[in-house]
Design a protein around this ligand. Sequence first.
Ligand SMILES: CC(=O)SCCNC(=O)CCNC(=O)[C@H](O)C(C)(C)COP(=O)(O)OP(=O)(O)OC[C@H]1O[C@@H](n2cnc3c(N)ncnc32)[C@H](O)[C@@H]1OP(=O)(O)O
Ligand SMILES: Nc1ncnc2c1ncn2[C@@H]1O[C@H](COP(=O)(O)OP(=O)(O)OP(=O)(O)O)[C@@H](O)[C@H]1O
Length: 710
Amino acid sequence: MNKPDLLQWQKLQADLRAAGHRRLVVVEGDRDASLAWLGSLLPVLPVTPGVWTGSVEDQPEPSLTSIKPVEGRRWLGRELACVVWDGWQGNPPDSFAALSGTLSAGGLFFWLMPPLADWGGFEDPDYWRTGLDGAAGHPFAARLARIVASDSDVIRVNPSVNPQPDLPEIPVAGEAFEVGATADQRALVEDLVRTGLGRRRRPLVVTADRGRGKSAALGMAAVRLLQEGRQRVVVTAPEQGAVKTLFHHARLAAGQVSGPEMGTDNVAVGDQGRLQYLPLERLLAEQPDAEVVMVDEAAGIPSDLLKQVLLGWPRVIFSTTVHGYEGSGRGFAIRFRSVLDTETPHWRGASLTAPIRWSASDPLEPLTRQMFLLDAEAPAAEGDSSGVVVERWSPAIAGDQELKEAFGLLVDAHYRTSPGDLRQWMDDPAAVSWRLTCNGVLVGVLWATAEGGLESELAEQVMMGKRRLRGHLLPQSLATHSGFAEAASQRLLRVVRVAVSAEVRHRGLGQKLVAAARDHARRQGLDAIGTSFGGNAGLVSFWQQCGLEPVRLGLKREASSGEYPLQMLSGVSSNGTALARHLRIRLAEHWLILLPRNWSDLEPGLALQLTGGLPPVAPLNEDDRRDLRSFAEGHRGFDLAVPVLAKLSMQPEVIGLVLASGSQSLWARAVLQGWSWQGLQVTKDCLGREQGENALRKVVHNILQNRPDL
Ligand SMILES: CC(=O)SCCNC(=O)CCNC(=O)[C@H](O)C(C)(C)COP(=O)(O)OP(=O)(O)OC[C@H]1O[C@@H](n2cnc3c(N)ncnc32)[C@H](O)[C@@H]1OP(=O)(O)O
Ligand SMILES: Nc1ncnc2c1ncn2[C@@H]1O[C@H](COP(=O)(O)OP(=O)(O)OP(=O)(O)O)[C@@H](O)[C@H]1O
């Protein structure tokens, strides 16, 4: 009979729990046989709470919760005794990695799949979601198969061939593993308490892998601070769900009852003390009088908002996950470090290494790390930028060390780089990549993908919003939102990611990588090179230096960067050049009406930069000049001068003068973004209407003096 030896599995599970380990069990081959095999094994194992990533009808054990394969990330922060992952239904990497992190000590992760040798050719049902279906090969899955095959801690079962493989002996130490504070965590709590009680402006930045107990430590430390005399500790995070663990451990530390369904708004300690959660916007708007502010999952918050928190309160603690399942916090650490170095050079870093919910010798964590390159690190760049070589390179055929370094560079540069991106990069047949080395050390990577080239009928339908295609981000968005069907029929090379090591930035290396991609686009007869990213002033400058121009700004801020998506393009063929020009002129024609309606909260520097980068729609006429002079000399009020001031902003080189005026933010918001005087007072752009108008008059006066030709 194809049945497992139940007693052996029960012993294995008990030994794993005592050792604080979890294991991956790959159940290979025929799916029905695998389900039957699991159906006889699971009832004798502890499987609740547990999940099954398949349909309810196929569920091998009724007490498992049936979820869709993509829903794993929703379980982050919870603990599962068992995961049964039906790979036949799809293997979205982010979700898989997230679920593996929810498994507690003693947990088994069953993975149903075809035989390992077939993984590279297996048409994973999840491929369609990101347009990878039908690709000739799947190097990402083939690599996973190699890793699984070479890991002796993975248990492999093929129920139709060998239903009872030899199970490993788990060495169990004298004392069984128990979840509890590690020495690391206790030391961190002391450090946090010292920071919270200490002198001003010595921020602490806590970084660690997932599940090290950072959030819990913040909760425990907050309570200690309140017990030791602080009255108000405020915690914030990208979303309220992220502070559940923090509040749970705060309640326990305060000797209160805590349960999973309890709120995360407030914990009172003693007569006066209060730990309170505030969403970031409220924290910044209300500026509460807190002695200590803690920011959990700080990588999920744009650095300019973190900076406001940093400067707004006397004692600030930031905490974030590095090597997360849904993206990495190291990019955050790098980006935010420059803010810290400038604003508060005495900031300190702290870290936690020991896992809390499983033992340090658990084999599942290092395995998932390797599978999804969760710990990918860019090689140390010494700051040497000589001996530059730019070359085509492919992640699909790279050795593991090379791949790890290149992916590490992308991860460092973009904190939302996730395992799903690795799969896309390796498997997308339209992907082309380059790497840049300095004296043999990898310091730059560019990943691009060819998009568009749709038949004209389909392109028309995409333009009219009647069809949506997977992939083709840039052409689709330009066709649908900007209204140009030819954007979907032309062939564009979209730069998905470009990254240069922080140590060697601003030396022209990034531009070299983009030039290589542009060259390729030209040689391949493509029409344009473009990109789409969370717009900020620095990156817009970079892309402008590379010859790309803004052609579209999205209407909704991206969840990942907190910024508006911006698309930039540069023609390579004559058709592409005409399209880019056409798109820009169209954007320019609409800009002054769209900007205040849709992007009034756009960062003012970026609003000015984009305005200055657009072609002028119409030159100033005699009436405009008269109005400008009247405004500058005080005969005409601001309210009636706004249209002419806005028109003035779009004249060549005017924005340069505005940027140099010292009133740039006031100009952007009052003239271009439609702000009220009241709002401008709150942001301290002016003291009130009179002072604001006078400042703007001065700017106009200066522009008229400098540019008599206008
Ligand atoms: C689709 C996408 O990938 S968008 C995301 C781009 N990648 C990232 O944000 C990752 C982190 N950043 C990086 O890796 C690098 O800063 C890159 C790739 C953006 C630029 O690489 P570099 O090698 O520094 O660019 P390079 O030296 O060729 O060009 C620098 C010019 O770009 C502009 N620029 C680049 N970064 C900035 C910035 N933060 N602020 C202002 N201008 C900037 C400037 O004009 C700069 O000229 P300067 O050095 O004379 O001031
Ligand atoms: N001292 C402790 N005793 C018991 N359980 C703990 C302790 N510290 C943390 N935990 C538990 O371990 C898990 C991970 O802790 P926590 O969320 O604080 O880690 P983290 O490093 O903040 O991870 P993440 O990056 O996932 O937020 C949680 O389930 C938490 O309740």
